[in-house]
Design a protein around this ligand. Structure first.
Ligand code: SF4
Length: 391
């Protein structure tokens, strides 16, 4: 049996970080209550509709992960968070040993907040640290400091939340190879259970990205490291974290043994999940659907108890195979060719033989026994590999 996961989107932030390309913003706090009403109503009204439709998974199947992402869910007042989790428990079967993750900004974590989260069942916190260097944090609009991060670890541990993940970004303005190494060293001293390390994304969806694409100077756009430097930072992080005992288990993710993120694994392994709120995505094993990424539209539609779904797609066999390949290859253990053959009735090596040969010749893909996996350099060129597989 595959246990689904539940995702809840809280798209509110105190301020917009310059590099952020999510559908989140510094919305007025007055909208939060309306949003939570709409979110609760979406949860309670969608489930009976799904129960009557042809979902590929029974809604009675226990959901063993709940993930509150955003945005900044740590901005939720503790009683609102508790009500939300109680509602999820009343609508879904959530076993006792489930992983319940809350994304947090370090400056929102007081000992009282941490204790309240733990009392509500939160047992994993994923913190948007990004850097431990003050000048880099201020350059991108982040309000915390290394000291705040360290106090946050203490507050969470005092509350009994030991499973703490941190996000880092390679390529922030003003970052150097030394400051990057210092950030990782300072975090290693706090011994988080999990690291997510991303390379700066430059696109039209963030203030910093747009400025870089226009060769401007605002948002410290002219202070970002070069692409080669960013790749070097990423490689250095992989080495530093592996040496410190962290398993590099997914392109951007590293965990102490046994502490991999159970919720995110569902995305990479094609396991169903149900998402609620702005820009939330869902997958039942055959169908994918996504909610609007506009808060205004979501509030308007959801308050009328209509569906906020704006995209839906039923995957055919070929699309399922492609997804299994490119999502599965994100995990560094790779994909089992015999398992794919059993699930889909075809050997992916026959279907994609040209692409496999091309990427093996580049040194990006390697076959080891039954497993096909990305090599270390393949991790850096994973976008090229995935694009080649889909085309
Ligand atoms: S990076 Fe996180 S905290 Fe910053 S604006 Fe985006 S969602 Fe909000």
């Amino acid at each position: 049996m595959q246990n689904p996961g539940i995702y809840l989107s809280i798209p509110f932030c105190r301020q917009k970080c310059t590099y952020c390309n999510f559908a989140s913003a510094a919305f007025p706090a007055s909208l939060l209550d309306s949003y939570l009403r709409c979110l609760s109503s979406e949860i309670t009204s969608r489930i009976p509709l799904w129960a009557q439709s042809e979902l590929s998974i029974s809604l009675q199947t226990p959901a063993d992960t709940v993930y509150l992402g955003g945005g900044t869910p740590s901005l939720l007042p503790a009683p609102r968070l508790d009500e939300l989790l109680q509602l999820v428990r009343s609508e879904f079967s959530i076993p006792k040993n489930s992983e319940i993750t809350l994304e947090a900004s370090p400056e929102n974590v007081s000992p009282e907040q941490a204790a309240a989260w733990a009392a509500s069942g939160v047992n994993r916190v994923s913190m948007g640290v990004q850097s431990m260097v003050l000048t880099e944090l201020r350059a991108v609009g982040r309000m915390h400091s290394a000291q705040t991060v360290s106090s946050t670890f203490a507050a969470l541990r005092q509350a009994g939340i030991e499973n703490i993940s941190v996000d880092l970004i390679a390529g922030l303005p003003l970052q150097t190879s030394q400051s990057w190494r210092d950030s990782i060293d300072s975090l290693l001293a706090l011994r988080p259970t999990h690291f997510s390390v991303y390379m700066l994304e430059v696109d039209e969806d963030s203030n910093l990205g747009r400025e870089i694409l226009r060769s401007g100077n605002r948002f410290h756009a002219s202070d970002i490291p070069s692409e080669d430097q960013i790749a070097d930072f990423f490689i250095a992080a992989c080495e530093q974290l592996r040496e410190a005992g962290y398993l590099h288990y997914e392109i951007s993710n590293f965990a102490l043994p046994g502490m991999e993120c159970r919720h995110n694994r569902k995305y990479w392994e094609g396991i169903p999940y149900f998402g609620f709120g702005v820009e939330a995505h869902s997958y039942d094993g055959t169908n994918r659907w996504a909610n609007t990424d506009s808060l205004d539209e979501y509030l308007q539609i959801a308050s009328q108890q209509k569906s906020p779904v704006v995209h839906s797609k039923s995957l055919n066999q070929k699309e399922k195979i492609e997804e299994r390949l490119f999502l599965g290859l994100r995990q560094l253990a790779g994909i089992s060719l015999s398992r794919m053959e059993k699930d889909f009735g075809v050997n992916p090596q026959n279907l994609f033989s040209d692409q496999f040969q091309e990427f093996a010749a580049c040194g990006w893909l390697v076959r080891e026994g039954d497993y096909l996996r990305l090599t270390d350099s393949g991790v850096l060129f994973s976008n090229e590999v995935f694009a080649g597989l889909i085309s």
